[in-house]
Design a protein around this ligand. Structure first.
Ligand SMILES: Cc1cc2nc3c(=O)[nH]c(=O)nc-3n(C[C@H](O)[C@H](O)[C@H](O)COP(=O)(O)OP(=O)(O)OC[C@H]3O[C@@H](n4cnc5c(N)ncnc54)[C@H](O)[C@@H]3O)c2cc1C
Ligand code: FES
Length: 264
């Protein structure tokens, strides 16, 4: 179990990566325990927005005790974060969540699939996976391909854009069809329609898929049940078929969670 701590991080650098998409590198002792697929809670300073905002770990630099987070402005909290500058201090909670199981990939051909603001956690994952063939498939709205060049250091990258301006027109599944790609294992993060399509594909091909469910959260530490999803396993405490995404996830084996209409 990873330790969860509240701490104050210092902003090392802040920049804009695309329209409405920003990054922060922050210095924090929590970097030591950060793993791909885990996340941190970032507290807005504005007292009107009390709860920590869950943001995935995009990259870790253990030598510098630093974490990179990349986020899209969705509301008041992320808008506040987009105005941060080097030297600012930010209260964070972490390290949260279970992360992707890396050892499963040994010797395999692996799809790393990220869609939209699900792209950031795929970077640290691509960096951390060893001894496997990595096929990275990223889906964007348009030609603002944030993090694409970072990803190219770690595997072959395929792009899908909704408007067809770069790569395959459509989504990440269209890339697989167009290039007739195959894999033994899938790791993914993205919007629910994308995760549903990937679950169906993985079921048909009979390959395991690990999905990161970046659903809405409140407390982030398992206390409020604001993030439950239906699972095939019974929760040890409540004896119901629910899992808390914030503590049991956000990464789940696709076949363990009921996200498809036919699962329910
Ligand atoms: C485990 C996890 C990891 C995440 N990682 C990232 C990341 O790396 N980068 C990133 O940009 N975002 C990420 N998110 C989503 C991010 O937490 C929300 O966008 C953020 O909390 C919104 O806060 P806000 O105050 O800006 O907006 P709010 O004012 O709280 O909400 C604004 C709008 O965004 C919607 N919204 C809020 N949370 C979510 C959510 N989780 N999914 C979809 N819509 C939402 C609300 O319904 C509302 O319409 C992650 C979420 C989870 C649960
Ligand atoms: S967000 Fe409170 S239990 Fe998950």
């Amino acid at each position: 179990m990873l330790s969860k701590k509240c701490g104050v991080a210092e902003v090392i650098s802040a920049s804009k990566l695309a329209t409405g998409v920003y990054e922060l590198w922050i210095r924090t002792e929590l970097a030591e325990n950060a793993r791909p697929g885990c996340f941190i809670g970032v507290y807005p300073k504005n007292q009107a927005t009390l709860l920590p905002r869950p943001i995935s770990i995009c990259e870790v630099d253990r030598e510098k005790n630093a974490l990179r987070i990349v986020y899209r402005i969705a509301g008041k909290g992320t808008e506040e974060f987009s105005a941060y500058a080097a030297g600012d201090r930010v209260r964070i909670l972490g390290i949260l969540g279970n992360g992707y199981p890396l050892q499963e990939a040994e010797g395999k051909t692996v799809f790393l699939m990220g869609g939209g603001i699900g792209v950031p956690p795929i970077l640290e994952l691509a960096k951390s996976l060893k001894n496997c063939k990595k096929i990275i498939i990223l889906g964007y709205r348009d030609d603002e391909l944030f993090l694409k060049e970072d990803m190219e250091q770690y595997g072959k990258v395929y792009i899908a854009t909704e408007d067809g301006s770069v790569g395959t027109k459509g989504n990440v599944m269209d890339v697989i069809n167009e290039h007739k790609l195959n894999a033994d294992l899938i790791y993914t993060c993205g919007p629910i329609p994308m995760l549903k399509a990937i679950k169906r594909f993985a079921r048909e091909k009979q390959i395991p898929a690990y999905l990161s469910l970046e659903e809405r959260m409140a407390c982030g530490v398992g206390a409020c049940l604001g993030c439950v999803c239906k699972t095939i396993h019974k929760d040890e405490h409540s004896h119901v078929h629910n899992a808390r995404i914030c503590t049991d996830g956000p990464v789940f084996l696709a076949e363990d969670v009921a996200i498809l209409e036919e699962d329910k």
